[in-house]
Design a protein around this ligand. Structure first.
Ligand code: DX5
Ligand code: ZN
Length: 233
């Protein structure tokens, strides 16, 4: 799955920018990745619930909301209630991630847990049993256009093993520095869903950039079966 990050889109034309990556099923964006930043958890400020609510009316592509905010226990469920398909919170910020996953699912969304590049995976494996997606950050959260940190692929491989052996049931998602040079290594490590911001919206033709990334994934992992979004349900 490919999830273009709208952080690199033109914020004055979000509906058009969503349309630019919407294609036939299996060709366009599977999800639209929306980066919510509060200038506290990360040193950047983007958009919040009102913009997400408007975007939900403007596109049929499922929204994948990545909340880089403090106190997600308080603020995240509203994104699920609004109709976001997947709502991801940071384990470094959540007070009670198990309860929060329950709240997100009860509000009708998939629950996602994200770990920053320096955050280990193992302490959170039991918590991840309550989640539908694991977002492995491959840059420090806060800004688009940074370089991919290859060391995080060890965590992707560990998560892949936990899923393939039945210990966890979730989609493994990666975010940060994904482009045509880095996506193959991520695919080989076992990523299911690739977030790409500057590689998609920095391209002349964002729709074509999505297709090119998908083609790279297919050549990198020809034997894997891609289940699609419903794989995590
Ligand atoms: C960064 C965000 C990413 C960002 C990725 O904190 O979480 O989603 O948009 O941008 P690129 O793909 O340019 O690294
Ligand atoms: Zn993100």
């Amino acid at each position: 799955m490919i999830a273009p990050s709208m952080l690199s889109a033109d914020f004055a034309r979000l509906a058009d920018e969503a349309d630019a990556v919407t294609g036939e099923p299996g060709a366009g964006a599977d999800w639209l990745h929306i980066d919510v930043m509060d200038a506290h958890f990360v040193p950047n400020l983007t958009l919040g619930l009102p913009v997400v609510q408007s975007l939900l009316k403007a596109t049929a592509v499922p929204l994948d909301c990545h909340l880089m905010i403090e106190d997600p226990d308080r603020w995240a469920p509203a994104y699920a209630e609004a109709g976001a398909y997947n709502v991801t919170v940071h384990v470094e910020a959540a007070r009670d991630p198990v309860m929060l996953a329950r709240d997100l699912r009860a509000a009708g969304a998939r629950a996602g847990l994200s770990i920053k590049p320096g955050t280990p995976l193992e302490p959170y494996v039991e918590i991840l049993r309550h989640y539908d997606t694991l977002l492995v950050m491959s840059v420090e959260p806060g800004f688009g256009g940074q370089s991919f940190i290859p060391e995080v692929l060890d965590k992707v491989r560990s998560a892949r093993r936990l899923v393939d052996t039945g210990h966890l049931t979730l989609l493994v998602e990666i975010d940060g520095g994904i482009n045509s040079d880095t996506i193959e290594a991520a695919a080989q490590a076992g990523v299911d869903c690739f977030v790409a911001g500057s590689a998609v919206y920095g391209a002349d033709d964002p729709g074509r950039a999505v297709r090119a990334l998908r083609d790279r994934v297919r050549t990198a992992s020809p034997h894997r079966h891609w289940t699609g979004a419903e794989g995590a349900s």
